[in-house]
Design a protein around this ligand. Structure first.
Ligand code: HEM
Length: 226
């Protein structure tokens, strides 16, 4: 074993090493969600703006940029899940004496992190099959003509909209705890900044919830785009 693989191994074996992996990969998603939201909100500017943006995105770096981003996102997702599962197992096995007291003090969002995380994971799989892979042949045909129309048609189904609403709510809960947790792990949180980071995390997750939900709700409930 080389010195490098040995130090990566011992970092991974330590709880702080895994927490750092969870924090860094979480921050990748926090950044991605802002960019994805801004792009998606172009739906409200109109069909031409949204389709122009989709075309521009897929043409970046002769099409390579999208694939680099996909690899980074997929790698981050896998590492985030594997490190979390391993940490949970490690914590359960340790059954530290003050765990009970900690659980009592923990917020609701921190207690349901594993469940909100698993729902978001299921959502991401569904969402990619829906809008990126386009397993629905009719939707794929529409997307080839206009990605904007794909989004409008994709949200005509109530079940899809309800699943999005549940997933976005749990995503908001996951981010609300994850945001400040990530910064805390990376050493940015002191007793002075902790409450500020908590507030920023709540504001960020609320923005993500309202921003993403505004799209299916405007389309399905208010008939936007039809
Ligand atoms: C109303 C909410 C959303 C809309 C309208 C939306 C729209 C889209 C569209 C149109 C694509 C296809 C991009 C393409 O292939 O050109 C896409 C891909 C994707 N979305 Fe979303 N999205 C929403 C929410 C989310 C959320 C909340 C997440 C993460 C939790 C997310 C994660 C992704 C990922 C990972 C991809 C795959 C990127 C790729 O490989 O192309 N999306 N989304």
């Amino acid at each position: 074993m080389t010195a490098l693989t040995q130090s990566v191994r011992s970092l991974w074996d330590s709880s702080i090493g895994k927490k750092t992996v969870v924090a860094v990969t979480g921050l990748v998603f926090i950044g991605f969600l802002v960019a994805h939201l801004i792009g998606n909100l172009l739906v409200f500017v109109g069909e031409e703006a949204f389709n122009h943006y989709a075309e521009w995105l897929h043409g970046l770096g002769h099409g390579a940029a999208v694939w680099v981003a996909r690899l980074v996102l997929l790698g981050s997702l896998v590492l985030h899940v594997v490190a979390t599962v391993s940490l949970t197992r490690q914590n359960r096995a340790a059954r530290i004496a003050y765990a009970h007291e900690d659980t009592l003090r923990a917020s609701k969002s921190s207690k349901i992190m594993i469940w909100s995380g698993l729902t978001v994971l299921a959502f991401i799989i569904f969402h990619i099959l829906h809008f990126t892979v386009r397993t629905d042949a009719q939707l794929a045909k529409i997307a080839a003509e206009s990605p904007y129309q794909m989004v409008i048609v994709g949200f005509q189904n109530w079940l899809v909209v309800i699943f999005y609403a549940i997933s976005m709510t749990l995503l908001c809960s996951h981010l609300s705890h994850g945001f400040s947790s990530a910064f805390q792990t990376l050493g940015f949180s002191s007793s002075k900044t902790r409450s500020l980071l908590d507030k920023l995390g709540k504001a960020y997750s609320l923005l993500i919830l309202v921003g993403f939900l505004s799209i299916p709700i405007s389309i399905r409930i208010f008939g936007y785009g039809s």
